[in-house]
Design a protein around this ligand. Structure first.
Ligand code: PEP
Ligand code: MN
Length: 333
């Protein structure tokens, strides 16, 4: 980090600032130019409040040279993180298929889909129990009862389960949930992220609707700073001016994130496109671009789904996606 001082800065104030920065455990390298003084900060600057330093009377500008995320940064952790979810590995060359309905709707629905996605090649079962819906009048999910049904499907199939949390107060309900999903709308719910940081749960962190990759990594950092390193990132499409698809799938996020972080990256082509027939090409493209897995919505009767039917695949269509994506994975090995 570099701090550029105003050209009329007083020696005494400069010295006070240097001492304060040194007090934070940083080395300070001072460059006295003809008109301006520049302070080069050495050490871990991730805890420096850049806005606060910028606001100081004698400071003209502050520039970050290194990234503000340390735990998630590949620079400090060159090897891929591999997360083991009850024997299912994600990252470092192990590809996962997370599949299941948008929402858990009934005991029969989740039991049927769970069996069918497993037969089609799913390695994890998803299902929403707490649903973040735009309208308060839309189906809100089966809540705790939904989690119980998902746990039952886990017992029946042996598939680890993934479901979304919307409130840290619900954490006790997630005790036997293998992967806790933080949805796009909660990516910057910092209190929720901090609470998850104190657990040892695997967290699937979805990119916010209009969040940058750095913001996504800063949210991962919130979880990791609390001591929980088990974070899987998920690109699920971002808001752009395009309206033909529900969102715009940012496939370039895969190689970009791979260079920025060691955390695994999963792609959700269902929410990214909102259109069932686009899921297969985007799933294959994601595998080709180096993703560590896919999250795909599957419903036994998409036309009657209580949520996200138009983007949901039938179990047969999902089986076809797995077959074709596996060919891509083989081809790029
Ligand atoms: C979901 O996965 O069910 C979901 C609501 O996704 P997102 O948070 O990406 O919209
Ligand atoms: Mn959905």
């Amino acid at each position: 980090m570099v701090v550029i001082l105003k050209n009329n800065s007083q020696k005494e104030q400069t010295q006070q600032l240097i001492e304060w920065l040194e007090g934070l455990g940083l080395g300070v390298h001072t460059v006295n130019g003809h008109y301006q003084t520049i302070l080069g900060l050495l050490g871990d600057t991730s805890k420096v409040d850049i806005d606060m330093v910028k606001g100081l009377e004698i400071v003209e500008d502050v520039k970050r040279i290194s990234e503000p995320y340390k735990n998630a940064n590949r620079k400090f952790h060159p090897d891929d993180t591999v997360i083991d979810i009850n024997g299912v590995k994600v990252g470092g060359g192990s590809f996962c298929y997370i599949a299941g309905p948008c929402s858990i709707e009934s005991p029969e629905q989740i039991a049927t889909i769970a069996k069918e996605v497993k037969a089609a090649g799913a390695t994890l079962l998803r299902g929403g129990a707490f649903k973040p819906r735009t309208s308060p009048y839309a189906f809100q999910g089966m809540r705790g009862e939904g989690i119980d049904l998902l746990l039952h499907a886990k017992e029946e199939t042996g598939l680890p389960i993934v479901t979304e949390i919307m409130d840290a107060a619900h954490l006790p309900l997630f005790e036997n949930v293998d992967v806790v999903q933080v949805g796009a709308r909660n990516m910057q719910n910092f209190e929720l992220l901090k609470a998850l940081g104190k657990t040892n749960k695997v967290v699937l962190l979805k990119r916010g609707l209009s969040s940058t990759l750095q913001e996504l990594l800063m949210s991962a950092e919130y979880i990791m700073a609390g001591g929980n390193e088990k974070v899987i990132l998920c690109e699920r499409g971002i808001r752009t001016f395009e309206t033909a698809t529900r969102n715009t799938l940012d496939l370039s996020a895969i190689p970009m994130l791979k260079s920025m972080t060691h955390l695994p990256i999963v792609i959700d082509p269902s929410h990214a496109t909102g259109i069932a027939k686009l899921v297969k090409p985007m799933a294959m493209a994601a595998a080709a671009a180096g993703a560590d897995g896919l999250m795909i919505e599957v419903h036994n009767n998409p036309e009657k789904a209580l949520c996200d039917g138009p983007q949901s695949l039938t179990p047969d269509a999902f089986a076809d996606v797995v077959k074709c994506t596996n060919k891509i994975i083989e081809a790029i090995k």
